[in-house]
Design a protein around this ligand. Sequence first.
Ligand SMILES: CC(C)(COP(=O)(O)OP(=O)(O)OC[C@H]1O[C@@H](n2cnc3c(N)ncnc32)[C@H](O)[C@@H]1OP(=O)(O)O)[C@@H](O)C(=O)NCCC(=O)NCCS
Length: 200
Amino acid sequence: MGRSTEKLTDKIRNGEVTVVKLTDSYAIKPFDCGVPDLNDFLFNDAKTHLRYLSSITYLVENKDKTIAYYSLLNDLLNIDSHTDKDFEKEISEIIEDKDYSFLLEMKEVSMYPAAKIGRFAVDTEFQRCGYGMEILNSIIISFLTNKTGCQFITVDALNNSNTLNFYEKNGFAFVTLSDYNKASRQMYKNLIALKNLEYM
Ligand SMILES: CC(C)(COP(=O)(O)OP(=O)(O)OC[C@H]1O[C@@H](n2cnc3c(N)ncnc32)[C@H](O)[C@@H]1OP(=O)(O)O)[C@@H](O)C(=O)NCCC(=O)NCCS
């Protein structure tokens, strides 16, 4: 672990680091994020998920190691009676007055188009260097420029203070309090608030 002075995006720009979409024949470079289940997914399950169109995995790597990986899939954010959040208030604050009828439409439904971060991990050697945050931002931007409508990013975050702190710091909120004691907690980030013509 440790602070790197150079940003990941600079390393990608100068070719030291590349982002690769996993394929069936790809030789995955060494990786250890300190969480056995997440290591195991990368080496034993990610290609199967790819074969059956369940999730697509992306590798961030240098010439020797996998620095990080993430797997993405489509999702629906389900806001129902079990959700203790004041979700209506949240969307009311984002939708412009001139789009009031659209706000009513949004309030009528309980499922919203989303993309899910199925798995996300940074190798222990590179944790706490700001890389996770940079990768998360690039994932978010990729869904702002997505080919299909995507209002939210969702994640089932590991229920430990480090991981929850990471997602909260990056603007994710809890869907419900009812998973407080579960192994993972449902979180989401609202993309509508980030919509910016610059990205479209
Ligand atoms: C969670 C994880 C993806 C974060 O990636 P990272 O590159 O280490 O995170 P960053 O360096 O970008 O951290 C950004 C901020 O998140 C928070 N954060 C990250 N790791 C933290 C930790 N171990 N303890 C407390 N806060 C942490 C901090 O606020 C940090 O900012 P700061 O360093 O300026 O205080 C990475 O630590 C990891 O892979 N952990 C193990 C697997 C895991 O939990 N994956 C998520 C599964 S849903």
